[in-house]
Design a protein around this ligand. Structure first.
Ligand code: SF4
Ligand code: SF4
Length: 278
């Protein structure tokens, strides 16, 4: 049985495609964007979120249950702490289990034109494991969207295409990603062409460094035939998660004035850009 590695499932999402949607965050991504606000989705390993502020041992106030905890020399894993100090970042689901969760909102999907969005991480990296679930969702005529960077094996993209109604494409044109090489552009162009006929939303996370590369961005968007793109202001909302994973991170929060200037520049080049506030 192929199990899906999920970090979280969020119901009632309104920014992950049309209508009201349930978004499934899948674990695993080959990129390491410094601004990633879901760092727990990058590694395929089961890292543990640790909230030190909740641990009684840190406050020298151990409860009786602490005696059996691994932090106090016992055998109880920290993830079993009744105060929720440790939390697994991965939840394993069979396609059937996930389907039962997703189908709960089928009425809401029908009313709003919504559906299910697979995000991550990079959801295409679990394409094969997703197929039985996708088949069940399509049997119920549920709208399916993939939020993807398209940085994934071509076979994986081809595998999910028959089940996907839409794609949110997250372009990696920020200089930090060092992806302005021809291999990245060639592959993205080929993958993007495969989406022909699907509903497509183009997105770009704006970091300040993009301002100095605006000509390059326009040139790539033109090469891909993109006339419309959503810009997301980079924020630092993931900071707490890095702390809970014990990872260092850099605050890449972007400047609102710069994104407005960048937005206006794209418009002046006949690219319909819009600012998306999430
Ligand atoms: S049981 Fe919970 S509160 Fe007690 S030491 Fe372990 S992690 Fe800390
Ligand atoms: S592509 Fe997305 S999930 Fe992967 S590291 Fe970048 S922001 Fe995080």
């Amino acid at each position: 049985m192929q199990l899906l590695k999920v970090t979280s499932i969020q119901r009632g999402c309104v920014y992950d495609g049309r209508g009201v949607r349930t978004t499934v965050f899948l674990k695993g991504c080959s990129l390491h964007c410094p601004w990633c606000c879901n760092p727990e989705t990058i590694s395929t390993d089961n890292e543990i979120f640790i909230d030190e502020s909740k641990c009684l041992k840190n406050q020298r106030m151990q409860g009786r249950f602490c005696r059996s905890c691994e932090r106090c020399g016992g055998e109880m894993p920290i993830t079993a702490c009744p105060l929720g100090v440790g939390e697994n970042t991965v939840k394993y689901h069979t396609p059937e289990e996930l389907y039962e969760i997703l189908i709960k909102d089928i009425g809401l999907f029908a009313q709003t034109g919504g559906g299910v969005t697979f995000s991550g991480g990079e959801p295409l990296l679990q394409a094969e494991e997703l197929i039985p679930l996708l088949q069940k969702l399509k049997q119920e005529n549920i709208d399916v969207v993939f939020e993807t960077t398209l940085v994934a094996p071509t076979d994986a993209l081809i595998r999910v295409l028959p089940y996907a109604d839409g794609f949110i494409v997250d372009f990696k044109l920020q200089p930090q990603m060092k992806l302005y090489d021809t291999i990245y552009l060639r592959r993205i162009k080929a993958h993007y062409a495969l989406l022909n006929g699907k509903r497509i939303t183009n997105r770009l996370v704006f970091v300040n460094e993009l301002a100095a590369h605006r000509e390059q961005v326009v040139s790539v968007l033109r090469e891909l035939g993109i006339e419309r793109i959503e810009l997301l202001l980079c924020h630092d909302l993931g900071a707490k998660k890095y702390e809970k994973l014990g990872l260092a991170h850099t605050d890449c929060s972007a400047d609102k004035k710069l994104i407005i200037q960048f937005n206006n520049y794209l418009k002046s080049k006949n690219i319909k850009a819009s600012l998306l506030t999430i």
